[in-house]
Design a protein around this ligand. Sequence first.
Ligand code: FES
Length: 198
Amino acid sequence: MATASVTKATASPPAKTQAVEVSAPNRREFLYYIWGASILLLTGQATAGLVWFALPRFREGEFGGTFVYGADQMADMMPAPGAAPVSVPAGRFHLTYPENEGFLALYGVCTHLGCLPKWTPTTHRFECPCHGSKFQLDGKYIEGPAPRSLDRFRVTLTFADGTTATTNEAGDPIPLNGKQVVNIAVNTGARIKRPGRD
Ligand code: FES
């Protein structure tokens, strides 16, 4: 009689898993992490602030920024001496060239209550539609309730000989002395208030 042989499979013992010990940060490490994160946050905020201040607030050609006109635009933008001003509604200014004075960029807002005086060819002056203030071609007060002459913007002119001239702190007209202007830059972020009605 054949006897069945039974082979017992010998089971190998289960492999021992190695426990990885993860320790929670202690109080000192935790404070280091907080400190490091705070430094990173402050550095990021300071960098963002610097970039924000370094960027121009207004783009070229929008009110508050600079309006630039090159040589090919002089025929349209440069008024003849004593002629009607060139008005730029987007920049709220008028370019004027009062004879025997020089070049100016006048802020086109009335110094009384903020209406927009219009150039009136028949009287050759600016006339405010709201309360009737009048101003000369150079913005000087003529009559009406306006407390002072029209304000001015800082302008930089570039001449054909490569020299430049910029409006002074008082906002005086820039004398051209026969020089040909090839570039006009009007800074509508630099308003100059005239002290009174002169
Ligand atoms: S707002 Fe121009 S006169 Fe009053």
